[in-house]
Design a protein around this ligand. Structure first.
Ligand SMILES: Nc1ncnc2c1ncn2[C@@H]1O[C@H](COP(=O)(O)OP(=O)(O)O)[C@@H](O)[C@H]1O
Ligand SMILES: [Mg+2]
Length: 414
C-alpha cells in the first residue's frame, strides 16, 4: 500500500555554474563541504576546500580574485573572525558572497557578521543539505518562481508498465493536485505517450535533444502539446529515421527549461542504462522504480536502488511500485518479500488487469477515463498525493459547488 509517511521536501534549486572556496578550521566541516560538493544539485558548481579558516582566506585573496562564494569556518573569538572579515572586505570583488560557519550561538557576533555583509551564518555541525540550501538560496533571485519538481519513472526491466504509470501519474497530478504538469516521453524511438494520450503532435523531444543550441523557452513552448487542463506532453517522435546516441548532457537544457517553466515534470525514462539516463535519474527530485513481482525485476531494482543511494546520499530513497500483481497462474514474489529483500517499503502494488489496461492503451485513454472506480485509479491518486503533498485534495469528484467556491475565493482575493 502507498506509504504516506514520506512527505515531499522543499525543492532545492540546482546551484548554478559558480565557484565556491571554503576555508575550514575543522576536518568535520571540511568533510561536510566535500560531501555537499558531490551532491546532484551542485553538479555544475566548482568547489574547493582548504584549511586555515578566515586567516587563510585573507592570505589567499591578497593577490588573487575572489570567487562567487567564500565559506569561512570560525570556531570562536580566538580565530578573530571579525578582523578577518574586515580584511577580506578590502579585497573582495563586488558580488562575492560570504557564508560563515560558526560554532557559537552568539547573537552579538551574528549581528556583527550581518553588518559586515555576511550572507548567511550556519551553526556547526551542519548537514551537507543545509549548505546546499543556503548557497542555492543565494543564487535564486527573490520572488523567483519556485523551481519545478522532476519525477523520474523508470522500469526495473522492459515492459513492466513504467510508461503506463508515468502517464497516468502525470494526468492524475494535473487533475487532482491542481498542478501544471508536463509529461516528457524520453523513449525517443519507441515512446508511447502520444498513443496513450491520443495525440499526434508534429514535433517534440527530438527537436529539443538534437538541436540544443536552438532551444529556448519559446521553442520549447512550440514543442509541447496540450493533453488536458494543466497537462502538456513533450512527445517522442517514435520514428526510426535516426539512431538515438545521446551525450551525457543531452537533456540538461530541456530539463532546466522545463523546471523553470512548470511546477511538475514527469519523466518517462526508458529502460536503458546509459550516461544520460543515469544522469537523469541521479538528478531527479523523485524516482519511481516500476517493478514486476518476479526475480529479474527484484534483482534489477536492488541494483538500481543501491547505485542511486550511493549517488544521492542527501536524498531519500527511490520509491518502488509493483505492477501487474495477481496475474492468474503466474508465480509471484509477494510485496512483503519484495520489501524485505530490498530493505525498503513498497510504495504501491498495482493489480494486473489485462482488460482495463488493454482497453486504455488501445483507446488512447487514461485508466481513470476507462474506469473511474478502479483500484488502479485510486492508487494513482494516492501516489500523486504522496509526491505532490496534498493528500487532502485526493480524488476530486465532480462537485457542482467547486467552480462557485473558486470564483468566490478569487473575488475575495482581488
Ligand atoms: N497493471 C497492468 N495490468 C495489465 N496490463 C498492464 C498493466 N500495466 C501495464 N500494462 C500493459 O503492459 C504493456 C507495457 O506497458 P508500458 O507502460 O509500455 O511498459 P514499459 O514502459 O515499462 O516498457 C502495455 O500494453 C500496458 O497497457
Ligand atoms: Mg516505457
Amino acid at each position: 500500500m502507498a506509504d504516506l509517511n514520506q512527505t515531499p521536501e522543499r525543492i532545492i534549486a540546482p546551484v548554478p555554474r559558480i565557484t565556491i572556496q571554503a576555508f575550514c578550521e575543522t576536518q568535520d566541516t571540511a568533510a561536510v563541504i566535500e560531501a555537499a560538493a558531490g551532491d546532484r544539485r551542485m553538479q555544475k558548481t566548482h568547489v574547493k576546500v582548504q584549511m586555515g579558516g578566515g586567516a587563510a582566506a585573507v592570505e589567499a585573496y591578497r593577490h588573487a580574485p575572489t570567487p562567487n562564494v567564500i565559506v569561512i569556518e570560525t570556531q570562536g573569538a580566538k580565530s578573530r573572525p571579525i578582523e578577518c572579515l574586515d580584511a577580506l572586505a578590502d579585497v573582495c570583488d563586488p558580488g562575492t558572497k560570504v557564508i560563515v560557519i560558526g560554532h557559537v550561538n552568539d547573537v552579538l557576533l551574528y549581528r556583527q557578521f550581518i553588518q559586515r555583509g555576511v550572507s548567511e551564518y550556519l551553526m556547526a555541525p551542519i548537514e551537507p543539505i543545509a549548505l546546499i540550501q543556503a548557497v542555492s538560496d543565494l543564487f535564486s533571485s527573490p520572488g523567483a518562481k519556485p523551481i519545478g519538481r522532476t519525477i523520474a519513472v523508470v522500469g526495473a526491466k522492459g515492459g513492466v508498465g513504467a510508461s503506463t504509470l508515468a502517464h497516468n501519474l502525470a494526468w492524475t497530478i494535473a487533475r487532482e493536485q491542481d498542478t501544471a504538469t508536463v509529461i516528457a516521453d524520453l523513449d525517443i524511438a519507441f515512446g508511447t505517450a502520444s498513443l496513450n494520450f491520443n495525440q499526434d503532435p508534429p514535433q517534440g523531444i527530438a527537436e529539443a535533444v538534437f538541436s540544443p543550441e536552438r532551444l529556448d523557452a519559446n521553442l520549447l513552448d512550440r514543442l509541447l502539446s496540450k493533453c488536458s487542463d494543466n497537462l502538456t506532453l513533450l512527445a517522442a517522435p517514435a520514428t526510426l529515421d535516426r539512431t538515438i546516441d545521446l551525450s551525457e548532457q543531452a537533456l540538461d537544457t530541456v530539463i532546466d527549461l522545463l523546471r523553470s517553466a512548470v511546477p511538475c515534470i514527469v519523466l518517462d525514462v526508458p529502460h536503458v542504462w546509459t550516461a544520460w539516463s543515469k544522469r537523469l535519474l541521479v538528478s531527479a527530485d523523485e524516482i519511481l522504480i516500476v517493478s514486476a513481482p518476479e526475480l529479474a525485476s527484484l534483482r534489477n531494482t536492488k541494483n538500481m536502488l543501491s547505485v542511486l543511494q550511493q549517488t544521492r546520499p542527501n536524498d531519500h530513497r527511490a520509491r518502488v511500485v509493483l505492477n501487474g500483481v495477481g496475474m492468474a497462474k503466474r508465480p509471484e514474489i509477494s510485496a512483503a518479500e519484495f520489501a524485505k529483500a530490498l530493505d525498503t517499503p513498497i510504495t504501491a502494488s498495482l493489480p494486473f488487469d489485462a482488460n482495463l489496461f488493454g482497453t486504455a492503451a488501445n483507446n488512447g485513454q487514461m485508466i481513470a477515463e476507462v474506469q473511474a472506480g478502479a483500484k488502479a485509479t485510486d492508487i494513482f491518486s494516492t501516489i500523486a498525493a504522496t509526491l505532490i503533498g496534498r493528500p487532502e485534495t485526493r480524488r476530486a469528484r465532480p462537485n457542482l459547488l467547486e467552480p462557485l467556491l473558486a470564483r468566490l475565493q478569487r473575488r475575495k482575493a482581488s
